[in-house]
Design a protein around this ligand. Sequence first.
Ligand SMILES: [Zn+2]
Length: 89
Amino acid sequence: MEGYNSKSAAGLLVNAALPCKVCGSENVHKLRGEIAMRSPGLKNIDKPIVWVFPDIVVCMECGIAEFALPEAELRMLAKREVAARTQPS
Ligand SMILES: [Zn+2]
């Protein structure tokens, strides 16, 4: 996958050619997502969100959805979580 580190989950991108891991249905579709991510809770409400645009594999039978974060966004989220945990509350 162009632009992805081969060690990242995005490099192993979820596969719409495989049956659903939950219900076994072959009625799975790859869709393009636009997802705003942030930590839950009121204390995080003012913190900027991180936008990610992953390919999402959705099972049209049971509704389970799966995606891998691109490495840059994953590192950004991980850095914020570490910073949030080291700040006094
Ligand atoms: Zn399913």
